[in-house]
Design a protein around this ligand. Sequence first.
Ligand code: NAD
Ligand code: IPM
Ligand code: MN
Length: 355
Amino acid sequence: MIRRVALIPGDGIGVEVVREARRLLEALNASESLGLELVDWDLGAERYLREGITITDEEFAALAEYDAVLLGALGDPRVPGNEHAKDILLGMRFKLDLYVNFRPCVLLSPKLSPLRDLVGPLCLEIFRENTEGAYTGMGGSFKTGTSDEVAIEEDVNTRKGVERIIWAAFEFAGSRGRGRVTLVDKANVQRHAGGLWRRVFAEVGAAYADIEQDAMYVDAMVMDLVRRPERYEVIVTSNLFGDIVSDLAAEVTGGLGLAPSANIHPGRVALFEPVHGSAPDIAGKGIANPIGAIRCVSLMLDHFGRSDLGERVEAAVAGSVEAGKTTPDLGGEYSTEDVGQWITARVVGVHAAST
Ligand code: NAD
Ligand code: IPM
Ligand code: MN
């Protein structure tokens, strides 16, 4: 069976980390006869600056026909308005209705966490609503540039949108044997949205009596995530809170460079992207951590029904950290390419040696 995968390296370190993810995909494709067809896509700041085009309707339609997309990152100081990231990344999430943004943050070794005295293990699995909330662009500006300027950014919460992400979080927790699902909101202030989220959370949660359930205000929750992160397992939240909580959860579990994400609507093309951005401060230096992108390969393999291979990738990633084969953000002295090559050799080589 042929599976088509579009690779969109994008900007900055996106290019460097997707190169390593591609190396691993190619090696697995050859060793496991996965039937993957990898297709490179030139979307990003360069193309926008060159042609004035971010992404066309035809390109969206073509991407929708793929089985998966791997995106590096979009963001470039030469495009301060971030128009291309909004059109391409948010465009895919919204137009393809990829309503689950799944962001697993797994601590590989307590020594990686900035938190003192952490003994681990830690596995924070965030279900971020991905198609509405504060991200719709609804609202507007009035009297822009004057002292009477008004800027309105609506926060859109629909029954359908809230229900399906909460349902996805509980389904995942139930099927994977997770002990707790935590809703994160700001229901003490955002009474309309908070009321909807809390009612739906209680309704959907009623079918999962074995799972502990709690709802927390986002300010108290992020404080608590630093104080006692081991208390959290599956976290479900809105688009904006999910964006913020996922960067914090990634850092608590070892660093932004380690975290992958999947944008899913069952039955449709799935979009995988590391949680981090294009990191202009380190772009071009060859020191970006490729593990977030490599873990996207692991999530993609799970998605394709090959969680055996996904586990092998995770084990190789853990092996690289254990062996100190890491980029400088994790205290190592290795390059993006060194780490990518090491992990790929481990995934393909160790298995070949043991069979
Ligand atoms: P960022 O995630 O790019 O960087 C934040 C910090 O983390 C920087 O110090 C960076 O060097 C470090 N970092 C990030 N990834 C790393 C890695 N793999 N290895 C080592 N260090 C890493 O966030 P930012 O600086 O706020 O954003 C830069 C640009 O990226 C902006 O234009 C932003 O909009 C965009 N962005 C894009 C995505 C995406 O495409 N999915 C996600 C987040 C931010
Ligand atoms: C992310 C990013 C994006 C978001 C930006 C680049 C639009 O921060 O994927 O976490 O806010 O969702
Ligand atoms: Mn983000």
